[in-house]
Ligand binder design. Structure first.
Ligand SMILES: C[S@@+](CC[C@H](N)C(=O)[O-])C[C@H]1O[C@@H](n2cnc3c(N)ncnc32)[C@H](O)[C@@H]1O
Length: 259
């Protein structure tokens, strides 16, 4: 599935598509913000449905609290927030939240099977009736709607790190505006990041790689502070990265610091 511009979010081509416009967000400079693509893949198993119904609400970000004081979406309140958009199956989110218990981690994903995968990993070997708030992670919250809604709800300068790993590339130039790395999103990410905050990006697609280099060079909100053609040590690997490596593609990794 693809992260798109402020107008569109689409799923990648191997997933059948559906259209689900987000209501009433039209403005004079851009069409309505939309979510394109499937939010569900293979049919959910009974336990997955149960997790979505009973466990997800216990972990879901409360939007109103996020608007007012995002540190308080965690109980006890956190002292810093990291946010990941499009966590896929959740490998990176889980690894980061486990390695950094001091951080409040917000993991965003619209693809239900991905959300289920993360929920299943969190509740592995726990009987349904034993899955209670008290048995769930305290420093991990999920957002299962379009991440841009949460992005725009968060107050200025409240996020310390932002992760965008292997977003869909939209290689056709006529779809370039759908890429998440885009001047509009750069401004939106910059707004929520603290000064000195970090934005990590990874991509295995040559078109997207060139695009990141060009678009990020052309802006003044972020400074490139790290770049690698090799997997950086403290970047937990994602499913897409592993797939890309197996297919012989060469991922690139960037870290931008907000000025
Ligand atoms: C190509 S996959 C990469 C998944 C994961 N980061 C990885 O590397 O394995 C991109 C993911 O971003 C998710 N996504 C795209 N746009 C999103 C949005 N606006 N909000 C939340 N998730 C989004 C998709 O559902 C998809 O799972």
């Amino acid at each position: 599935m693809r992260l798109t511009d402020n107008t569109v979010l689409e799923m990648d081509s191997h997933k059948k598509s559906f259209l689900s416009p987000l209501a009433g967000e039209e403005n004079s400079s851009s069409p309505a913000e939309r979510l394109y693509g499937r939010n569900k893949g293979h049919p959910l198993r009974k336990r997955q449905q149960w997790l979505l119904e009973h466990t997800l609400p216990l972990l879901r970000v409360d939007l109103e609290t996020a608007r007012k004081n995002p540190l308080h979406i965690f109980d006890p309140p956190s002292t810093s927030i990291w946010m990941e958009v499009g966590f896929g199956s959740g490998e990176h989110s889980l690894a980061q939240y486990k390695t950094h218990p001091e951080v409040g981690y917000i993991a965003c994903e619209v693809f239900l099977n991905g959300v289920c995968s993360l929920l299943s990993q969190i509740t592995e070997n726990v009987q349904e009736h034993d899955i209670l708030s008290s048995s769930l992670p305290k420093t991990l919250k999920l957002w299962d709607k379009d991440a841009r809604i949460l992005l725009d709800a968060l107050p200025d300068e409240t996020v310390e790190k932002f992760f965008l790993l292997f977003p869909d590339p939209w290689p056709k130039s006529r779809h370039a505006k759908r890429r998440f790395v885009h001047p509009d999103r750069i401004r939106r990410v910059a707004r929520i990041l603290q000064p000195g905050g970090i934005w990590r990006i990874a991509s295995d697609d040559p078109t997207y790689q060139d695009w990141v280099k060009t678009v990020m060079k052309d802006q003044s909100l972020f400074e490139l502070t790290f770049f690698s053609e090799h997997h950086p040590e403290n970047w937990p690997k994602t499913r897409y990265e592993i797939k890309a490596l197996k297919a012989g593609r060469k991922p690139l990794f960037w870290e931008y610091t907000k000025r």
